[in-house]
Design a protein around this ligand. Structure first.
Ligand SMILES: Cc1cc2nc3c(=O)[nH]c(=O)nc-3n(C[C@H](O)[C@H](O)[C@H](O)COP(=O)(O)OP(=O)(O)OC[C@H]3O[C@@H](n4cnc5c(N)ncnc54)[C@H](O)[C@@H]3O)c2cc1C
Length: 476
């Protein structure tokens, strides 16, 4: 952001309108407000506002629009591309918006935009209710939802946005709008999958479902030498599993964790994170195909609270590590894909990397292709080559290149779609277009109407115009 007398005057005016804090680099609290999960990202906003209410959000949007600076929102700060921060622009740190109101009778939860997943799960589980959210509890609800959202409950209830009933949003003109199927339906349609492009959402209302509070699952793993057998069994299991059963498949080196026998630390394994949210009387029958794969190295499957299920993998993705991923959606698991996947896992030179498969097929496939901008209604699995390493790790310069090489060997198995929330900063406009497929042009028309100056461009931007993706200071 270029500063000058005009900007100084505008900043003074903004400060007078705010109830919350206005922070500049170097000031107390600035660093904490701009912390990102991915330590690989190096971005610094010119100023941060910590809104204390919707009026502060309106003041900030007015400022960003009038001063022609990019505005980003820091929800949970987990976006791998670091889109939570507008480099040289303005960032809203929503950490003071953490309220959750559950209406158990109506089966809805109204959630403020700074909530992490765990905030919502904790409150809704008091009544044995939940909405589909992700499986790492420190991720932000806002970023996850606005890009679509997936998790263990997706097979039963669809994308997170399939369960979104309404939002309160501050659009680029500074107006506070309610968007739902019956009010601003086009805006609501676009928010359900491309929401970061359209304004600052201050509040979400979700539909809730009966889940838990006790569910069954955890992690179970076998030696990598059995990968062919385990992957075949995974394909067979997921082809017929009831929707209450969500099973992921991860090929990686076992961490030196207390639950892993010491002789397996650092050895390659095939692990299944398992979550069963159905009738507990049927769990033995449902999990029989997994149990039939005897002699596991690790078996942590057990009854547990749903909130534990939603957080037991938190330590697997530590904050501040360096991360570089590539992911795709798949319609099925062909022999060729599975053997490529096995080869890649055997060759992978990144000690902490994971090759992951998520089983998603079910409710999401039953909706119309254009039900929300999220699309990808043909996705039944997601696959991801997840590179992760500690800052300064020797040889790390080569890791992103290896991930890209692995991705190039698997891309042709893709549906052609991919998840916007898993894109890294170097993915180009074609990748963004591929996310939205046939919905893209409709989306751009809505974006142009509600954000003609592209104030909301610190994101996977659907209308980058003259400036480059990731270059938030370009003139709109
Ligand atoms: C460890 C890890 C695990 C993950 N697991 C899952 C998973 O299980 N399921 C899943 O679906 N995804 C998952 N993701 C991906 C996740 O959905 C995205 O990283 C998402 O962007 C994170 O949301 P956030 O609020 O933390 O993001 P942030 O980085 O804070 O923000 C991301 C984007 O959303 C915008 N934004 C944030 N809040 C608002 C708002 N209120 N209004 C408008 N725009 C806003 C920001 O400007 C930015 O562009 C995971 C990511 C990580 C790193």
């Amino acid at each position: 952001m270029t500063t000058g007398l005009r900007t100084e005057v505008a900043i003074d005016a903004l400060r007078r309108r705010l109830r919350g804090a206005l922070l500049f680099p170097g000031e107390a609290g600035f660093e904490e407000a701009t912390l990102l999960w991915n330590g690989l990202i190096d971005k610094t906003p010119a100023l941060v506002v910590q809104p204390a209410g919707t009026a502060d959000v309106v003041a900030s949007v007015d400022f960003a629009r009038d001063q022609r600076v990019a505005l980003s929102v820091h929800g949970g700060g987990h976006n791998i591309a670091g889109t939570a921060l507008a480099d040289g622009g303005m960032t809203l740190d929503m950490s003071r918006f953490r309220g959750v109101q559950v209406d158990a009778a109506a089966r809805t939860a109204t959630v403020e935009a700074g909530c992490l997943l765990r905030d919502v799960d904790r409150e809704t589980q008091r009544d044995g209710l939940a909405t589909p959210l992700g499986f790492i509890s420190e991720v932000g609800v806002a970023g996850l939802t606005l890009g679509g959202g997936l998790g263990y409950l997706t097979r039963r209830f669809g994308w997170t946005v399939d369960n979104l009933l309404e939002v309160e949003i501050v659009t680029a003109d500074g107006r506070v709008r309610r968007a739902a199927r019956d009010e601003h339906p086009e805006l609501f349609w676009a928010i359900r999958g491309a929401g970061a492009n359209l304004g600052v959402v201050t509040r979400f209302t979700f539909r809730l479902h009966e889940v838990g509070p006790t569910v069954y699952g955890g992690l179970i793993a076998w030696p990598f030498e059995r990968a062919e057998e385990i992957l075949d069994a995974y394909r067979e299991l997921t082809a017929s599993a009831p929707r209450e059963l969500a099973v992921w498949m991860v090929l990686f080196r076992a961490p030196p964790a207390p639950f892993v026998p010491p002789e397996w630390h650092g050895e390659r394994i095939c692990a299944m994170p398992v979550c069963y949210t159905g009738d507990l009387d049927e769990v033995d029958e449902v999990l029989a195909p997994i149990r039939a794969l005897d002699d596991p190295v690790v078996d942590l499957l057990r009854e547990q609270p749903y909130t534990e299920m939603q957080s037991y993998l938190d330590d697997s993705e530590p904050k501040g590590n360096h991360y570089y991923w590539k992911t795709e959606y798949l319609a099925g698991l062909s022999d060729e894909f599975l053997s490529t996947w096995r080869e890649l896992a055997a060759e992978c030179p990144i000690p902490e990397a994971q090759l992951g498969l998520l089983h998603l097929g079910g409710a999401l496939n039953e909706r119309e292709a254009d039900d929300g901008a999220v699309g990808n209604r043909d996705a039944r699995y997601a696959c991801g080559v997840i590179g992760s390493w500690a800052p300064g790790e020797p040889g790390a310069e080569a890791f992103p290149g290896w991930v890209r090489g692995a991705w190039s060997r698997t891309r042709h198995f893709s549906t052609g779609g991919n998840y916007i929330n898993f894109q890294t900063a170097d993915e180009d406009a074609d990748r963004i277009r591929a996310t939205y497929g046939a919905q893209f042009d409709r989306l751009v028309a809505i974006k142009t109407r509600f954000d003609p100056l592209n104030v909301f461009r610190s994101n996977r931007n659907i209308r980058p115009g003259r400036h480059d993706i990731g270059s938030p200071d370009g003139e709109p």
